[in-house]
Design a protein around this ligand. Structure first.
Ligand code: TYD
Length: 202
């Protein structure tokens, strides 16, 4: 089972991934935990280039191709071998992030991003994608500007959010949409029970 997590900045995704990991460990369910961009030596180097605030001259298309390049490496080095071995894979962001951020946020278009990524991932799509559904105005991002993406405008994050919603409409069966609650444990329970219902975890 290949499970991905998606959402805008500041929706508590990292916290939820941590709580899910604790649950899986306590219930004796091993998993491969990865994040995008990154999680291989080469992908982490690409991540550093993408997120470096000094790279303000980076073209949107360059950015999209770098995310796809990082993904191409991760798919071949980690995800496909793990799927072959029947492992559970939990990935923090994947292609939907590229469609939302580069396709809608940067305005390159969803089709362009899917076309680029067809080379990167082939048909390696997630079985289930958990979307933490919180509009940017209500999220807990604050005014963090730690990397090149976080420096973007409110309008950029509005487009990203709308992009996610549009993608979910196109393939509703792949997505589990969860409205984060203030009580992070309550949110975690919702995620766990949704993933259990899908047969992704026990
Ligand atoms: P990260 O610090 O991992 O952010 P988060 O905790 O929000 O997941 O940085 C990853 C950033 O890269 C994040 O702002 C989302 C962005 N991103 C894209 O724009 N396109 C992509 O394809 C991916 C995977 C991430």
């Amino acid at each position: 089972m290949f499970v991905t997590f998606e959402g805008s900045e500041g929706v508590g995704k990292s916290t939820q991934l941590r709580l899910l990991k604790t649950y899986l460990e306590q219930t004796g369910q091993p998993a491969v935990y990865i994040r995008e961009p990154g999680s291989t030596e080469i992908s982490e180097q690409i991540r550093a280039v993408i997120l470096d605030k000094a790279n303000s001259a980076m073209e949107d298309m360059t950015e999209a191709l770098l995310y796809a390049a990082s993904r191409a490496q991760l798919v071949r080095e980690v995800i496909l071998p793990a799927i072959d071995e029947g492992k559970l894979i939990i990935c923090d962001r994947y292609i939907d992030s590229s469609v939302a951020y580069q396709g809608y946020g940067r305005g390159l278009g969803a089709q362009t991003i899917k076309y680029i990524n067809a080379y990167a991932i082939g048909n390696c799509m997630p079985d289930v994608t958990v979307f933490l559904d919180l509009p940017p105005k209500k999220n807990w991002r604050g005014d963090r500007q730690d990397d090149r993406i976080e420096q973007q405008s409110d309008e950029f994050f509005e487009r990203v959010y709308k992009g996610y919603l549009a993608e979910i409409e196109l393939s509703p069966s792949r997505f589990v949409c969860i409205k984060p609650e203030f009580d992070k444990n309550a949110t975690s329970q919702k995620i766990i029970s949704a993933l259990r219902q899908r047969g992704a975890i026990r």
